[in-house]
Ligand binder design. Structure first.
Ligand code: ZN
Length: 582
């Protein structure tokens, strides 16, 4: 665990605007800076950074956090890693981890790095003869094999585990990293075996080039006994590896993407490697799954011009059509290059060469066309078909938050489907951007307002807690938030609580933190008003109970009970000098 004291120092010394500037082009605007949000697609900046208060907030998608949260999210790091990365940058020394402290993902990166070296060495050695022959047969040059760090996992079953132990690395970390499995036989307690055996190994790295997982491919032409093993196998998901968040080849492709101003998406490891070898380096692949929105967002950080390769047959066209909503959700339009039926990019480029492939890439069609065409179907005039398609587009439009993209899709879809644009829009127009809520009135608004004020200022949080008013909160979200904020220890904890608040409240808190709220005196008044309002509501409820009692007693004709109730009511009114309206 990194001591809290050190974390605090790093947070204080770090300049969040500087860190964010690595990813987002920021423009000063008064006391804060704004830019295009890296977490959602937008054309007008709603991502705001407060240098003074050390946080970021997006009014478009609600993302909120401090400098560590930003580094964690944009660089896929754990909290301690993010703290260290920021500390390094601002020259703040951070003491070493206390033994037995919190788990970090650094050991996982270590075992992955050691495994990558081990597999590479095995490929180069005598055990790797068959694998080397296979790679040569696939036309891979030695430089390519080195560039992608390819390796060989031997078949003994415990070779990697032995190697890691010999290097002083913990097998437990390799188990968490998804490289080694525990035998589940009861008589083999403590015994482990390698996940990858007799496979050509493809290291999978994050965008920065750190190995986070592996893909393993069996060699062709072996007829194994029993169930055939899967052709491809990935590391199990781990704290540093989420399949749907990772793209194969991205680290190697980064520079080429910048140079070419585009990203080519293919299906498999060998497609990536073949294109790269043919001189098209700006190429990545998802890991055995359809492209996810997260992967597309990752790509979008490097280029907005994305061409995905599909098989040119009917199934390929359907796959292209189905991928469009994910592209759009990631803020990308995307194009589809349809290769001749039955060809994958690997086989195609090796047979036909780069120029032929570039021809297909240049002829790539907008994904939206594939999408709308698929919706319209072959029988465009069939009864109900167009209406169904329009409904589908309207549904998709609802998920498009950017007005620009919304307009464009509505226009294109209307054109292609032959329906009126208004018909699509009326069902799918995005909600107008929320404007700052006026100072809330009434006791329901008072609870929310108090949460907002408590998130802003620990002194107010303490005062609200002391007033005892939180017990009277009726809205479960606000009560939970107020209780947590009252107990929050420091900035980091308060910040984490803010992130957990409902979206609308996060926006309100952010506006207040950005100094768009009222002056100090007004704020004091607001706290008093809110507490007063909630107290009055409780008193009104208590009085209503007494009048109900009185009415019930009178209704039953029970004069004794009615008198008693009248007494209580009088006593209540005397105690609460301020007359409460019922
Ligand atoms: Zn956003």
């Amino acid at each position: 665990m990194i001591p809290d004291e050190a974390i605090r120092t790093v947070r204080e010394r770090a300049n969040i605007a500087e860190v964010v500037s690595d990813v987002v082009a920021l423009r000063r605007r008064g006391r804060s800076a704004t830019g295009l949000c890296p977490f959602h697609a937008e054309k007008t900046p709603s991502f705001t950074v407060s240098e003074e208060r050390g946080f970021y907030h997006c009014f478009g998608c609600g993302e909120h956090g401090d400098v560590f949260a930003f580094v964690m999210k944009t660089q896929s790091l754990s909290f301690p890693e993010a703290v260290r990365r920021v500390a390094e940058r601002f020259g703040v020394p951070v003491p070493e981890e206390v033994a037995g402290g919190a788990r970090t993902t650094e050991p996982l990166a270590q075992v992955n790095a050691a495994a990558a070296t081990f597999f590479r060495t095995e490929l180069a050695g005598s055990a790797g003869t068959r694998a080397r022959a296979y790679l040569r047969e696939r036309g891979l040059a030695d430089e390519t094999v080195a560039r992608f760090g390819l390796g060989w996992a031997p078949g003994s079953g415990e070779a990697l585990a032995r190697h890691l132990r010999a290097r002083g690395l913990r097998v437990e970390d390799a188990i968490v990293a998804g490289l080694i499995l525990r035998r589940d036989r009861p008589d083999a307690r403590g015994s482990v075996f390698d996940r990858f055996r007799e496979r050509v190994m493809f290291p999978i790295a994050d965008a920065s080039g750190k190995v986070v997982a592996f893909g393993g491919r069996i060699l062709p032409g072996r007829t194994p006994v029993g169930d055939p093993p899967p052709k491809y196998l990935n590391s199990a998901e781990s704290p540093i590896f989420k399949k749907g968040h990772t793209l194969y080849g991205l680290a190697q492709a980064r520079d080429a993407i910048r140079r070419a101003g585009r990203v080519i998406v293919v299906e498999g490891y060998l497609d990536v490697i073949a294109l790269s070898e043919a001189g098209i380096g700006e190429v990545v692949a998802p890991l055995g799954v359809a492209l996810t929105v997260d992967q597309l967002r990752l790509v979008r950080r490097f280029s907005e011009h994305v061409v995905a390769c599909f098989d040119g047959d009917a199934a390929g066209r359907r796959a292209a059509a189905r991928s469009f909503p994910s592209f759009l959700e990631a803020g990308l339009w995307g194009r589809a290059a349809f290769l001749p039926g039955g060809d994958d990019p690997d086989s195609f480029v090796r047979r036909e060469g780069r120029a032929a492939l570039e021809g297909y890439l240049a002829a790539a069609e907008p994904l939206v066309d594939a999408f709308v065409l698929e919706l319209a179907g072959t029988d465009r005039e069939a009864v109900g078909r167009r209406a169904d398609a329009a409904r589908e587009v309207a549904r998709l439009l609802k998920r498009v938050t950017s007005p620009y993209e919304h307009d464009l899709l509505a226009r294109l879809a209307a054109e292609r489907l032959g329906v009126r644009e208004e018909m699509l829009r009326s069902e799918g127009a995005p909600e107008p951007t929320p404007t700052p809520a006026p100072a809330a009135r009434g006791s329901a608004g008072a609870e929310a307002m108090l949460v907002e004020l408590m998130a802003d200022d620990p002194a107010i949080a303490a005062r609200v807690a002391a007033s005892g008013v939180i017990a009277d909160f009726q809205h479960p979200d606000w009560r939970r938030a107020a209780e947590a904020l009252a107990a929050a220890g420091g900035d980091a904890e308060r910040n984490a609580l803010v992130c957990a608040l409902p979206r609308e409240m996060r926006d309100r808190v952010a506006r207040r933190l950005l100094g768009e709220g009222e002056a100090v005196e007004e704020r004091e008044q607001a706290v008093q008003d809110c507490i007063g309002s909630i107290h009055r509501r409780r008193e009104a409820a208590a009085r209503r109970q007494l009048t109900d009692e009185l009415r019930a007693a009178a209704g039953r004709g029970d004069e004794a009970a009615a008198d008693a109730a009248k007494q209580k009511l009088r006593a209540f009114d005397a105690e609460h000098t301020q007359k409460v309206s019922t």
